[in-house]
Ligand binder design. Structure first.
Ligand code: FAD
Length: 280
């Protein structure tokens, strides 16, 4: 049960949603956007999210788009993970999705809710970072389209009142070979000990991580180390690990030492998959 009362709004246009946010904010209702609602409700029950009004974006057509258009894949932020996976427009994203929660939860969880979640994993962002996707953001001045690598730094950097409308990915990026490996402490469903997503383009390997630090990330220095073929794979991986940008998580899912051990093996598997096992 949620211990406080809040108002529920379901606008049918981007403008209406933005205006609602502004007026509810002026009334001191501390509004928040609501998509799948799984996190808003879970954190609401334990008073970690407290709000006087939620704005459900599932009535906005632009947030429900799911299509391929002129060599671009466009996905609305309010689409459920199940639906995105079913249409198979973006196999790399589908692979990340199928590892998140169970089917019933994925029917509710949405792409935008996962990317903007308070929880530290936000695994759907990994394929988007690696495919240089764009994000469409609604602000009080209208829509803006930006590269996700510019606006996602630990989390999606949104100004007050802004919300994610869509992601846009070039088909040429969607078609690139990828790997997405999720390691859990136990069971088939659950938060990751570590997720490594990787993509290769022109023999250059790009990688992004969730569960390694307290936020998901892609890091160019790590990629440079992994792609330095003058060194052995083991040395490249050692160098890459030195470049992890924040402390490695040490929590109930696993110790920092164990995560580092799993990371080394997983990165070796990634390099073996694309360079062959024999290459030193
Ligand atoms: C059993 C279970 C297991 C899970 N396992 C994993 C896992 O392993 N890895 C993982 O990454 N996730 C996992 N999740 C999902 C994660 O915990 C969140 O619950 C989920 O991502 C929230 O999505 P939602 O659509 O329900 O978002 P909501 O609850 O609607 O919103 C979440 C937050 O994002 C904001 N928000 C929502 N949409 C937008 C938008 N378009 N623009 C701006 N802000 C927005 C909301 O205001 C809120 O703060 C799991 C969830 C469950 C229930």
């Amino acid at each position: 049960m949620i211990s406080y009362d809040f108002e529920y709004y379901k606008p049918t246009s981007i403008e209406e949603a933005s205006q609602l946010f502004q007026s509810l904010d002026e009334q001191g209702k501390e509004p928040i956007y609501f998509s799948g609602g799984t996190e808003v409700i879970t954190l609401g029950r334990v008073n970690q999210i407290i709000t006087g009004a939620v704005i459900d974006i599932k009535g906005i057509l632009e947030c429900l788009v799911l299509k391929k258009n002129e060599n671009k894949v466009i996905i609305g932020a309010a689409q459920s993970l199940t639906k995105i996976r079913e249409v198979q427009l973006f196999p790399f994203l589908s692979k990340a999705i199928v590892e998140i929660a169970d089917h019933t939860a994925r029917n509710k969880i949405t792409l935008g809710g996962n990317i903007c979640a308070n929880i530290i994993y936000r695994e759907t962002v990994l394929p988007l970072l690696l495919t240089n996707s764009q994000v469409v953001i609604a602000s009080h001045n209208g829509l803006k389209q930006l590269p996700i690598n510019e606006v996602f730094n630990q989390k999606l950097k949104l100004e007050k009142g802004e919300f994610l409308v869509q992601t846009i990915t070039e088909q040429s990026e969607v078609d690139l070979p990828f790997l997405c490996v999720k390691k859990r402490r136990q069971w088939d469903v659950g938060y990751p000990l570590l997720t490594v997503a990787a993509l290769t383009s022109n023999e250059y390997i790009k990688v992004a991580f969730s569960g390694l630090c307290s936020f998901p990330f892609r890091n160019q220095l790590i990629e440079e180390s992994l792609n330095n073929k003058q060194l052995s794979k083991e040395t490249r991986i050692e160098e890459a690990i030195q470049r992890i940008p924040a402390p490695i998580l040490d929590d109930v899912q696993g110790s920092a030492e164990y995560r580092q051990f799993v990371l080394k093996n997983t990165l070796l598997d990634v390099l073996d998959a694309w360079e062959g096992e024999g290459n030193a």
